[in-house]
Ligand binder design. Structure first.
Ligand SMILES: [Ca+2]
Ligand SMILES: [Ca+2]
Length: 611
């Protein structure tokens, strides 16, 4: 098992030696793993059957307990809350007041307390802003429909129904008292008229309110392609793109670290046009590539999507979101396929977004309510989501697929997610380094080289149900050093030995169906340049009971670790090539010593208090 201490040590070291090859260092969410939450379905505290801010607050430790030395949380660094504004609908994508919170979820004070709790744990929080349209119950629309002189032009009105239909052929002009207003999605969501300056002013004021007065870290921006319509141009109007540029610039003025992620559900050449106006767009091409890679045992779509996006823009990735059938339903709850899909998501470039419950294989297929069901926490009634009656029934698989049950099964999908997220969080090469697709003898196995200077990680994911005995591929080393190298296989916690006389290595590995291998390139025997010149032995925790973890740097590859008692007698000796080591401690409390010696005779000794 990967140990955080070891990872931190290695990371500190490599960070000091390298700069990211990307220009994305400025991205405020660089390196983070994100989690999309439907507040109504996450955790209910007051027993009314609807999730709320206090419920979410009580579950923050599940996402990230804020302690970098624990490994039992999910390791999430950013949460996206689906709309929290008041709304007549269960989902909230038709807002009636942009500067308030939905009373179903609690008060603004409770929202702010939850936000503070998240920030204490190092979790950033962004909220969904739905700015293309409002609810017909929004006071702006009510006044507009009543012909109020100021609000009339907040929406687009025509005296007669126009015969143009919407982008997907739908009716977009809706009757209200014999006049017609434009609503691209449906009659309950009238589009705002962005050609009217007071609308734009109001929208900027809303963004400023949330960033400056409330203190959220940014926004997920819904349906960003539809703001302006003129004639037959109903999407991607040049004014729409110009608006978002201005919006981004303004948000960064109010908070330089504000983060904007946009929904541009379009082909990649369209995403490319929008990308400069946001920190991220969701990469629907890569997301689709993840699904076809596993569904069709063919990673080519994914390879192509990454090849297009990577040189052009930074992006956010996912498997499925709140608008799509859940991944567990897509793959018939095949746990091996679901693990492989998670492996793709959490080892690929881009900021990955989990959809809540994905980590416990929550099921869900359209209609939308069924993909937004209550979270599956435990085996209690209603899975611990509520003590009352839930707003929507739970999936009937919750007795087997819930956090509490899967947490104690080391091979579960939940632990697969947890390990991968912590792995990703720990390696700059994986969370924000460069990506190179490695060609092998098996097209079904996606092999990625993720790297920054001084840190090389190779990820192998078998996208198929077939086992392969001989997956052959080459890896290269720029430092061109001769010697014995080791690849640490993190998932298997084992080492693969390779030897070379030049910078080119041929590897030949087996892959089980849907297997994931995470291979870290360890440094060659006897060379210490990459490890730094200072020998350093870290013991954690200290004082300790039960177990301690060692991390050491500055030693040659092979080390001998010795546990010594107060009387100076050796209790246990171990030889290892790993850069980290776990020791099970004697039951007897007292002072012990740990000594590390390498095969060049370099050594360090440290005192350990066992409680
Ligand atoms: Ca509630
Ligand atoms: Ca519009």
């Amino acid at each position: 098992m990967l140990k955080k201490l070891w990872v931190k040590t290695l990371l500190t070291l490599t960070l000091s030696l390298s700069l990211s090859p990307f220009s994305i260092a400025q991205n405020p969410m660089k390196g983070k793993t994100a989690y999309e939450i439907f507040v109504r379905s996450f955790q209910d505290i007051n027993g009314d059957g609807k999730g709320d801010f206090e419920g979410l607050h009580s579950r923050l430790d599940y996402l990230n307990d804020g302690n970098p030395n624990t490994y039992t949380d999910l390791g999430i660094g950013l949460i996206w809350l689906m709309p929290v504004n008041p709304s007549p609908s269960y989902h909230g994508y038709d807002v009636t007041n942009y500067k308030a919170v939905n009373p179903d979820y609690g008060t603004m004070q409770q929202f702010k307390e939850m936000l503070a709790g998240a920030h204490q744990r190092g979790i950033k929080v962004i909220i969904d802003l739905v700015l293309n349209h409002t609810s017909t119950n929004h006071p702006w629309f009510v006044k507009s429909a009543a012909n109020d002189s100021f609000y009339r032009n907040f929406y687009r009105w025509e005296n007669t129904v126009l015969n143009n239909t919407g982008p997907w052929g739908q009716q977009v002009w809706h009757n209200r008292n014999g006049q017609y207003y434009y609503g691209v999605f449906w009659s309950g969501m009238p589009d705002l008229n962005y050609n009217y300056q007071p609308v734009r002013d109001s929208i900027f004021d809303i963004a400023k309110f949330w960033l400056k007065e409330v203190g959220v870290d940014g926004f997920r921006l819904d349906a960003v392609t539809y703001l302006y319509e003129e004639g037959s141009t109903l999407k991607h109007h040049p004014k729409t793109l110009a608006f978002w540029k201005e919006f981004k610039d303004s948000c960064k003025t109010w908070n330089p670290n504000a983060y904007l992620v946009a929904e541009v559900w379009d082909p990649q050449d369209v995403i490319k046009q929008y990308a400069p106006n946001f920190d991220h767009c969701f990469e629907f091409g890569v997301a689709g590539g993840n699904l076809t890679a596993i569904g069709e045992a063919n990673p080519n779509n994914l390879r192509n999507a990454l090849a297009y996006a990577l040189p052009n823009y930074d992006f956010a990735t996912f498997l499925t979101n709140h608008d799509q059938d859940r991944i567990a339903s897509v793959f018939g709850n095949n746990q091996n396929q679901l693990k492989a899909a998670a492996s793709l998501l959490l080892t690929q470039p881009g900021t990955p977004y989990l959809y809540y419950g994905e980590e416990v294989s929550m099921l869900g297929a359209k209609p939308d309510e069924n993909i937004r069901r209550p979270m599956q926490w435990n085996t209690n009634s209603y899975s611990g989501f509520t003590t009352g009656f839930p707003w929507r029934t739970l999936n009937n698989n919750y007795p087997q697929f819930n956090v509490a049950t899967l947490k104690v099964d080391s091979n579960s999908i939940w632990n697969h997610y947890r390990k991968l997220i912590h792995f990703r969080n720990s390696y700059e090469a994986v969370n924000s380094g460069a990506f190179k697709n490695i060609i092998s003898t098996q097209n079904e196995v996606l092999i990625s080289h993720r790297f920054v200077t001084g840190q090389d990680v190779y990820v192998l994911v078998n996208t198929s149900a077939k086992a392969f005995q001989n997956v052959q591929f080459n890896i290269t080393r720029e430092d061109n050093m001769e010697g014995i190298y080791w690849l640490k296989d993190v998932m298997a916690d084992s080492l693969i030995r390779i030897q070379s006389g030049n910078s080119f290595f041929g590897l030949n590995l087996s892959m089980q169906p849907y297997q994931t291998r995470l291979l870290i390139f360890e440094n060659p025997t006897g060379t210490q340049t990459l490890l730094g010149s200072t020998r350093n032995l870290n013991i954690y925790p200290n004082p300790a009971s039960d177990k301690v973890y060692l991390a050491y740097e500055g030693f040659a590859k092979e080390v001998t670790i010795e546990l010594i008692g107060m009387d100076g007698k050796s209790i246990e000796t171990t030889q290892t090539y790993l850069k980290t080591h776990e020791i099970t401690l004697p039951k007897q409390a007292g002072v012990y010593f740990i000594k590390v010696v390498d095969n060049n005779g370099l050594s360090a000794i440290k005192r350990l208090l066992v409680q």
